[in-house]
Design a protein around this ligand. Structure first.
Ligand code: T1G
Length: 654
């Protein structure tokens, strides 16, 4: 029986099966909500039905409200009303959860009287990642099913839990060994026999948090949120749920959800959600079969090469890593094993997975090992001649359509390609350190790049679960070019009166994970210094240039790796350094600049205007494919606060 396009009822004896079929993720669109409400009404009038299983077609249970509807006036029937109808049903409903039950999807499951999950399913309330809070009873029903601390963690972080973890906390009644529908049917039958359990709304919170825990949680959240409001709002909703009658808490939760849905923060986070999925669109559009990624070559086993190799191994690929000699191979293998063991320690790899990934790594110094590979990524020293020599050796042994990728962070990939026998198969794959962690992948396209190379880059990003952004060839591509622009402006502010630690504090208060000077100390000042020296000859004489960074480098202060840079370091902690302040004051004097005070607002306004101006230039020159790609780049690669949407979103250019 079809109730609406996405909802149908079928029967098996005294069991009704309500199925939602709303591709791609069974989001609770208006039609799904209307169909579900109709299903409840129909089943109330079917006396032969003793229990219901709520199932979904496709690969996942309900992944939440339809995010495209958020921020607009909600249309009836509202999700809380649908869930209330299920909860009040005369027969027990059991949710059969596979793939993901997220947000409104988990809230529907909480309105059911039982829950069974398939192995590998995940369950969560990710609303805070969208700048809102659960709006259909999640903050009220969840603490009445599982302990307050577990509910608090799920709701304030937005992180989903596995089916196995959900079983231990009581979020699900069972995890299906094989057939999910069978297990859910069995659960429904049991509940029909026992009698429908008391609705969650009519229960007390399982183990509410003590007052002190709320304050401690608020302190912890405030530190981590870096100015984002929704985690603290979620905590407030949970506190209502612990201290108020359930139905009153429900009303307050809904009001809070509606208020936040219209916030700038929610609009920014929705923008980022869809921008990440839109990023690298031209790679998906490339009409060519990508290279086989089952066996990939990596040249260079330093920090970047090892990180890239580890990411490939974690994705299931075989890796042939080439280094100069045996000692370098051993060092590279050690780095890679260290990363894999780290993943194992964090539970991302089980024992068998660790052994399997390690076994898929081979290292050596003979390029012939790469002959079967259809993709080779070089991560050797950042020098055009060194990379040219590597590509020449690859040209000689690789198959004609094999793809040669360079991990360069700023060299001219057009020039590099032109030095090979087949330039159309050369592409830039700019990974960010640590390469096995950072989600951003800048794909640098040359003027002659083939569709096969583009399609391969897209397939690689998907396999490594990275977000690809396509960049044209220019100095620094998208991210480094924009960062260089606002880094230069920060140095000018130093000459005019600001100090590094003041600028970093302003950036952290704005929501950046780290300030620009702490970032430089982390990455090392020497790479940018080498670039500045290379460009000195062509720098226009009238272009303003700050010498502060050069003076630090001339003293060998390259940052953390030399024990001092913009900061000095005590027990690994950055400490403002009077020596650096002295150099800055000397430079102001040498330039005849009368130093002035800078407010945090001044600093941020200056940084934003330079970032947005350079971003616009990157867009106008066709280096980036769209403003959303620039936002994704700055958020995923440079610590721009996600809840602000990105420089282009902030500038109203999206
Ligand atoms: N609404 C609309 N579209 C969605 C969507 C959603 N909730 N989730 C995914 N999509 C689209 C996505 O844009 C992409 O589209 C396609 O589906 C595949 O997604 C009342 C109000 C479920 C884990 O936050 O986490 O419920 O690019 O590429 O990697 O309290 O999608 O193909 O055109 O991500 O397999 C809460 C968000 C909403 C879950 C699947 N729910 N989604 O990952 O595929 S707020 C969420 C995800 C809420 C209630 C509140 C993931 C996924 P296109 P994908 P995936």
């Amino acid at each position: 029986m079809k109730l609406s396009d996405p909802v149908t009822i079928s029967q098996k004896g005294d069991l009704a099966i309500v199925t939602i079929d709303n591709p791609p993720v069974n989001a609770t669109s208006q039609a799904v909500r209307a169909g579900l409400l109709e299903a409840v009404k129909r089943i109330e009038a079917m006396p032969e039905v003793a229990a219901v299983v709520l199932a979904c077609a496709g690969r996942t249970f309900v992944a939440g409200a339809d995010i495209t509807e958020l921020g607009k006036p909600p249309r009836e029937p509202h999700l809380p009303d649908v869930i209330a109808a299920i909860e009040a049903s005369r027969v027990p409903w059991v949710a059969a959860i596979k793939g993901a039950a997220l947000g409104g999807g988990l809230e529907i499951a909480l309105g059911c009287h039982g829950r069974v999950a398939a192995r590998g399913a995940k369950l969560g309330l990710p609303e805070v990642t969208l700048g809102i809070v659960p709006g259909a009873g999640g903050t009220v029903r969840l603490p009445r099913l599982i302990a307050g601390a577990d509910a608090l963690d799920m709701i304030t972080t937005g992180k989903p839990v596995s089916a196995e973890k959900a079983l231990t906390t009581g979020l699900v009644d069972a995890v299906a060994e094989d057939d999910l529908l069978e297990a859910a049917t069995a659960r429904a039958g049991a509940l029909a026999a026992e009698g429908r359990p008391v609705a969650l709304l009519d229960r007390d919170p399982v183990a509410p948090l003590a007052d002190a825990d709320w304050d401690a949680a608020a302190d912890r959240l405030r530190k981590k949120a870096r100015g984002q409001a929704s985690p603290l709002e979620a905590l407030a909703a949970l506190r209502d749920s612990a201290n108020l009658p359930a139905r009153e808490a429900l009303t307050r939760e809904r009001a809070r959800f509606l208020r936040l849905s219209g916030s700038e923060e929610a609009a920014a986070l929705r923008h980022v959600f869809f921008s990440e999925r839109r990023a690298g669109a031209s790679l998906k559009a490339a009409e060519a079969a990508p290279a086989d990624l089952g066996h990939v070559g990596v040249i260079g086993g330093g920090t970047m090469g090892a990180g890239i190799a580890a990411a490939l191994l974690l994705s299931g690929s075989r890796v042939s890593l080439i280094e100069r000699d045996e000692a370098s191979c051993a060092a590279a293998a050690g780095r890679i094993t260290g990363i894999l063991e780290g993943s194992h320690k964090r539970g991302l790899l089980d024992d068998a997975g660790l052994a399997d990934a390690t076994a898929r790594l081979e290292t050596g110094s003979d390029y012939a090992a790469l002959t079967p590979c259809e993709l080779v990524i070089e991560a050797v020293f950042e020098d055009m001649d060194v990379k040219t020599e590597v590509f020449a050796r690859l040209d000689a042994i690789m198959a004609p359509d094999a793809i040669l990728a360079s991990n360069t962070s700023y060299l001219d990939v057009n020039a590099l390609a032109a030095r090979t026998a087949r330039p159309e198969r050369v592409i830039g794959l700019h990974f960010f350190s640590p390469a096995h962690v950072m989600k951003l992948l800048e794909v640098v396209r040359t003027d002659v790049v083939s569709d096969r190379a583009l399609a391969t880059a897209g397939a690689l990003a998907k396999r490594l679960r990275k977000t690809p952004v396509v960049a044209g060839v220019c100095d620094g591509f998208i991210g480094n070019r924009i960062m260089s622009a606002y880094r230069r402006e920060c140095d000018f502010m130093l000459e005019e009166g600001a100090l590094p630690w003041q600028i970093d504090a302003a950036m952290r208060d704005f929501g950046f994970a780290m300030g620009i000077y702490a970032v430089q100390d982390m990455a090392g000042l020497d790479v940018a210094w080498a670039m500045r020296k290379r460009r000195a000859a062509t720098r226009p004489a009238d272009e303003r240039y700050s010498r502060i960074a050069d003076r630090l480098c001339e003293m060998g202060r390259f940052g953390r790796k030399t024990g001092a840079g913009w900061y000095s370091y005590e027990d690994g902690k950055p400490v403002p350094d009077p020596l650096v302040e002295g150099i800055i004051l000397e430079e102001s004097e040498r330039l005849g600049i009368a130093r002035r005070d800078f407010s945090e607002a001044d600093i941020i306004a200056r940084i934003m205007s330079l970032m947005q101006a350079e971003a616009q230039a990157v867009l106008d020159e066709g280096i980036a494919e769209g403003p959303t790609d620039i936002d994704v780049t700055m958020i995923l690669g440079y610590g721009f606060p996600r809840h602000k949407g990105g420089p282009m979103f902030l500038a109203g250019r999206v």
